[in-house]
Design a protein around this ligand. Structure first.
Ligand code: GRF
Length: 202
């Protein structure tokens, strides 16, 4: 059975692109991106969706009285598109509890640091400024905390002599484009089991 995926975005959408490419190449089988939803009207990710014939929807948070109302609209779109799995691919908002409850262990996020270090915004810069010698990225299920859900896959990269924060971010991004599709493939194939904080690959 096909897994219907919604991808939530706010920006350039390179992670969205990696998921699209891995579905088109057949690395992720039996899955379809049914809809891409953005909270930013001119996000380049929306154009990427259109380029691949994927339904794109802009939902403007400022049109709603609050987060709950705004997410109610998101949930309507998810329902209309029969969505089974939600991917947060550079979506710059915390997901509220109603949406999390409706899609328990079916929302996956990509974060550009080795969690639980450097949660939140500008994680690559945070890690760089801290002076770490190794950083990386984390794909995890989303719970009510910020970047706190059960970890599915992590990959690390070195911080090299003479690097800028941008060099590090680029090196991390290359790994993001590998582990996010890998995690989606495992989910779609029913190979992820969540036992408390631990995600078992079956
Ligand atoms: C990525 O670094 C991702 O880890 C973070 O936001 C960035 C989104 O980049 N959550 P893109 O829009 O996928 O290119």
């Amino acid at each position: 059975m096909t897994t219907n995926i919604a991808v939530l975005v706010s920006g350039r959408g390179s992670n969205l692109q990696s998921i699209i490419d891995n579905i088109e190449s057949g690395y992720i089988k039996e899955a379809k991106i049914s809809v891409v939803i953005s909270d930013v009207g001119d996000a380049y990710a929306l154009e990427r969706a259109r380029n691949h014939g994927i339904t794109d929807v802009f939902i403007d948070p400022s049109d709603y009285s609050g987060k709950q109302e705004y997410e109610k609209e998101i949930m309507q779109v998810l329902e209309d598109n029969d969505v089974d799995l939600i991917l947060l691919a550079g979506y710059m908002r915390l997901v509220g509890k109603d949406l999390i409850a409706a899609y328990s262990n079916r929302i996956i996020n990509i974060h550009p640091a080795l969690l639980p270090s450097f949660k939140g915004l500008h994680a690559q810069q945070q890690a760089f400024d801290y002076g770490v010698k190794v950083s990386g990225c984390t794909v995890h299920f989303v719970d009510e905390g910020m970047d706190t859900g059960p970890i599915i896959i992590q990959n690390c990269v070195p911080v090299l002599e003479g690097d800028t924060a941008d060099d590090l971010a680029g090196r991390i991004l290359e790994q993001e484009h590998k582990i996010f599709p890998e995690a989606v493939r495992l989910f779609v194939e029913g190979k992820l089991k969540v036992e408390g904080r631990i995600v078992v690959h079956t």
